[in-house]
Ligand binder design. Structure first.
Ligand code: GLA
Length: 348
């Protein structure tokens, strides 16, 4: 049979960080960087996968898939969720930086799900299946935001998602702004375990308050780490709503202020920033044409997202690069993106 190809985009989150697994609001957009999977059916019940981005390969019976601790767990996890019975050869290519906070893992699970035949299912079901695959096969207790954005992204729009009932609105980005993503080129080793630790702290705060999610609650009775986690989540939810209102009314300064406030809360209350991310935000804050900047994704390295006036983009990119190189001694990877469409088959 003729091979088929599928693509799933990475995402950048404009605001609403560490709120998805707390039943809160997020504001991601799919981006132009993507993962592509070429699939060829096999008659022998074996699932094989290889990639241009990693040295390890997968070659296993589809009825006996087990986590191995490398990237192929994302592929095997999806195949296990889909309970596939036919074998397949998968060739995976990506241009999303790995571990950069731009959802390379969700792009991989979503593209794999489409390649393994999930394309006719409702998009939201595919997103949930991909989240479960990652939770169960890699131990990363991530929320729904990344596969949601990769499955349901819309060109020119960010998605304002309510992660409690999974309803969403596609919000157009004004023509006059660009999204500038700045990769600090660092990823601190604790990122995976610290993510699960933060999630556990949120869950224990919710349990102490007798609620399922940190939302619509009074957190003043909490103390210590639980107080700080809850305060971040509750105030971040409000910032997402304020950001949305500012964007819709065309007040880009007000939208940008919410981004700076989000970064500050992630730094001081939720404690998921790092010196490199803080430096990138501080450099951006001084540049004309930057409305707002903040870390994006789980934190502990990876990228910042900058909301930038379209006519200032070239200057902002070169000054951000020079400023970060002087401050951190590393050359950052900086690129301009616009919201892209969600996952699809590539028809050539
Ligand atoms: C990672 C997770 C998401 C979300 C963000 C933080 O990207 O995969 O589910 O929790 O961190 O907002």
């Amino acid at each position: 049979m003729k091979p088929r190809r599928f693509r799933a985009p990475g995402r950048v989150n404009l605001i609403g960080e560490h709120t998805d697994y707390n039943g809160g609001f997020v504001f991601p957009a799919a981006i132009h960087l993507a993962t592509r999977v070429t699939v060829t059916a096999r008659g022998d019940g074996r699932l094989r996968a290889a990639s241009n981005a990693f040295p390890e390969t997968l070659d296993a019976d589809v009825t006996a898939l087990k986590p191995t601790g490398n990237w192929t767990d994302y592929v095997a996890g999806v195949a296990a969720q889909l309970q596939i019975t036919e074998g397949a050869d998968l060739w995976i290519e990506t241009d999303i930086p790995i571990g950069g906070g731009l959802s390379s893992s969700a792009a991989l699970t979503v593209a794999t799900a489409l390649a393994l035949g999930a394309g006719n299912r409702p998009r939201l079901e595919i997103a949930r299946l991909c989240q479960r695959a990652e939770n169960e096969f890699t131990g990363m207790r991530c929320g729904i935001m990344d596969p949601f954005a990769s499955c349901l992204g819309e060109a020119g729009h960010a998605l304002r998602i309510d992660c409690r009932d999974l309803s969403y609105k596609a919000i157009p980005l004004p023509e006059s702004v660009r999204l500038v993503i700045a990769n600090t080129m660092v990823r601190h080793a604790l990122a995976g375990t610290a993510y699960n630790d933060r999630r556990a702290a949120c869950e224990s705060a919710a349990a102490r308050l007798g609620v399922s999610f940190l939302r619509d609650i009074d957190y003043s009775s909490l103390t210590g780490a639980e107080l700080r986690c809850a305060r971040h989540v509750i105030t971040e939810n409000q910032r997402v709503l304020d950001f949305e209102a500012a964007l819709l009314s065309g007040d880009l300064e007000a939208a940008g202020e919410q981004m700076y406030a989000s970064h500050e809360s992630l730094k001081t209350d939720f404690e998921v920033s790092c010196p490199e991310l803080d430096a990138m935000v501080e450099i951006a804050r001084r540049l004309p044409g930057v409305y707002g900047a903040r870390l994006t994704g789980g934190g502990f390295g990876g990228c910042t997202i900058n909301l930038v006036a379209a006519d200032a983009v070239d200057d902002v990119v070169s000054q951000l690069r020079a400023g970060y190189e002087a401050a951190a001694g590393m050359v950052p990877h900086i690129f301009v993106t616009s919201p892209a469409a969600g996952a699809s088959e590539i028809i050539e």
